[in-house]
Design a protein around this ligand. Sequence first.
Ligand code: ZN
Length: 233
Amino acid sequence: MSDKPCWICGDPSGSREHASKKSDVQLKFPKGTKRHRLFRSDSLRRNRLLQGANADALKWDVPVCPYCNTTRTQPHDRAWERLSAWLHAANPPIRAGSVIRGDRVFAQHARRQMLRVHLYFAKQMGCRILHVQSPIDVAPLATAILGERACPELFLTFDKSEDIGIATIQISNFPNVSDEFYRVTAQWTYIIDPIAVTLTYRLAGSTFPLLANSWHPRHGTTRLVLGPITDQP
Ligand SMILES: [Zn+2]
């Protein structure tokens, strides 16, 4: 049990949030697959061997109450599961330049479902920021999740990742922060081949440029344009 309040709603917490969706990990590494080994790399340690989708290393030490971790955000998790599965199974396979229409992925309520995808990554971004003990304010992310509204400061970019051909899942990169920007800017790329999702979080005062194919629910479209991912550590 953590003695810190839930970062989303403020309630006493007793849960640790998963760093990577278990479903993503199972999608990439089906159950019983012996020839794959799964590694996690993050700012604390590189290539840490994981023992399965429930491995403790997939969890972050971030206080989230059970209600926020399950009931509140379950529709967001489901929406990302659906989009992620669609991108993995796309035929022909996705490539840089592919245009993904939300209403092809979600037969109904495509805008609402894409908002939920955005909110799924709002939770991931908040957990990531807190996990690395960054001083960036996560309150706008919590407000968005609580209110079921888009976070004005969070932009997503979906890219075709390079097929690295080995069973490594890169769960987290270093937050892209510098002395000048570290209180107002965070950027993080979540890679589950063949998809890379780059999260750019910019608070007031940040001059950090947005990627050309950034998507935000307030753009009024559910259309995603996949780019090539070019800047990986
Ligand atoms: Zn909570």
